[in-house]
Ligand binder design. Sequence first.
Ligand SMILES: Cc1ncc(COP(=O)(O)O)c(C=O)c1O
Length: 385
Amino acid sequence: MRQVYLDYAATTPPDPRVTACVAESIPALFGNPSSIHSFGRSARGAVEKARRDVANLLGARPEEIFFTSGGSESDNWAIKGMAFALRAAGRPCGIVTTAIEHPAVLQTCAWLVQQGFSVQYLPVDAEGVVSLENLAAAVDETTGIVSVMFANNEVGTIEPIAEIAAFCQVRGIFFHTDAVQAAGHLPIDVQALGIDALSLSGHKFYAIKGIGALYLRSGFSLDALVHGGAQERGMRAGTENVPAIVGLGCAAALAATELKEEARRLRALRERIAAGVLALGESWLNGPNDSVHCLPGHLNFGFRGIRQDVLLMRLDLADFAVSAGSACSAGALTPSHVLLALGQDERKAGTALRVTLGRFTTAVEVDAFLTALREIVTDLRRIRK
Ligand SMILES: Cc1ncc(COP(=O)(O)O)c(C=O)c1O
């Protein structure tokens, strides 16, 4: 068997149908979308079609979608843009977020603290769930923004977004969600859920890298992100990356039609791996115990006494690409802030392996992975004795 890719949460391979859209658009839609002639109008038409497709995936209106370079940019823009807009208007601008956000949110908040904003971090329970009680305790009259991720990128926990959004709506608090891991994988209706702003990233659902979007509910405005031309309604200047936008639209349209069936298929594969891991003994799942509250193809687990870097490298040698699910800085694995927030100690957090499945994962690959995992874990346990 060839190399098996089981790291879809890090990035997804582009869908060949997306790659074809992107490749065709490079020569065919090279015009500048701001040009008035037919070349420009063709490119503009493709950009606006993609905007409709992304809007449709989220239950939003096309004019509520702004293209960005990806999840990090969308997160930065939503939170910084709203924080500065609220402060300039003399309105409450304190931020409440969670301890398990992606660095794109955590580092944005850390920078905002340096700019004089207040930030509070909500704790989570042992499965990674944010509680409304903790949210209610943290929010006060100084709070202007709540940002809670739709689903966690390390352990896959899906947060109670509708409840959090409703809580914010009645108090007039701006609610942003980082849906980078959820968009294209879970059904999302921003209207029904009551979300004010949402970040998504193309390379997490089979588009190419360097393209994403920010949904911003009509009626809200942020400070412009890049000043210059009038692109993205004057909010993000610069000639549009037409091929990447076309690819994002294509990926959104595919997800909108295939998402439900695909989620069902992945959940079944996920359960197969979960059962296989638990059957090996001295093992556990990190994050939600049931697949309903977890991203469909997402698993995070550990084996007592087996370090994540050792297991990861042994699996890599056996041609299975998985992740430790924690930041790798200067070649050294640091304990995951997410697992620490779930209440684990550094030793337990240091055993976590993240396995994430996706559109091209087959049952044959899953079975081969389980066989390799069993062999490697058995071998490591023998060596340890
Ligand atoms: C939850 C979450 N937010 C934000 C990001 C950043 O997205 P991007 O790589 O598109 O900047 C990621 C990427 O791993 C993520 O998982």
